[in-house]
Design a protein around this ligand. Sequence first.
Ligand SMILES: C[S@@+](CC[C@H](N)C(=O)[O-])C[C@H]1O[C@@H](n2cnc3c(N)ncnc32)[C@H](O)[C@@H]1O
Length: 251
Amino acid sequence: MPSVFLVGSGPGDPDLLTVKALRLLQQADVVLYDSLVGEKILELVSNRARLVDVGKRCGKTSAAQAEICRLLVREARAGQRVVRLKGGDPMVFGRATEEMDALRQAGIAFEVVPGITAATAAAAALQISLTRREVARSVHFLTGHGAAGGLPAHDWVALARGGGTLAVYMGAQTLPGLAAHLVEAGMAPATPALAVENASQPGQRVLRGTLGGLPRVLSAAAPEGPVLLLIGQALAEDMAAQGALAVALAE
Ligand SMILES: C[S@@+](CC[C@H](N)C(=O)[O-])C[C@H]1O[C@@H](n2cnc3c(N)ncnc32)[C@H](O)[C@@H]1O
């Protein structure tokens, strides 16, 4: 029986927690949670559990990550039933590898409980399919923030020519560079692009534009919550329905 559970909390709406995640939160002795895990979800944790905030919005340093790994191992060795609660899905840009490695090295059994990732939460909120038939045959999950800080060196040509939907995590700051690389690699500046802030939460906001225009739209909107970017022709219908594509193209 595992004593540590790496649990995805989903994008923020408590109704999007899995039944298993909820049960584990109610049985936990200690919950180590990230900053993207909202208050409403923490309210579901058992009253007798200790809540430990180990989060920092993206750009977590490796020193802080090493400390989280040590804490996980220490709590498990102390006989505690540990829930490591992460925003979205633990296996999508969730630093799960470091924690699983630390637990394996310590000989501690663990289980991973998936959560709804930001890209699919955003798609649900917008009522668009990321894999719209005949339009997008693939979805690419990208980070806009590499391990060394700043925009990572993606294969821009493959992304620009692949014809899939791009879902960019941690990309709000680096969107101008990302858009410039994609355009330089051959993606049309008129490609529909949008940003979803706080997907699934009460403060949800959708900012629509084109690949060429979204950096300016986003900068003017100055989002404070987490932002997921979606880029690709699969969004065209949503944009048209909102009358946003014509506006964006006219800009
Ligand atoms: C460190 S990554 C964690 C991703 C998470 N594991 C997941 O599966 O969604 C943090 C990034 O996820 C995205 N994100 C997470 N929750 C979000 C939300 N509710 N709305 C929009 N973007 C979100 C943002 O791009 C944010 O910068």
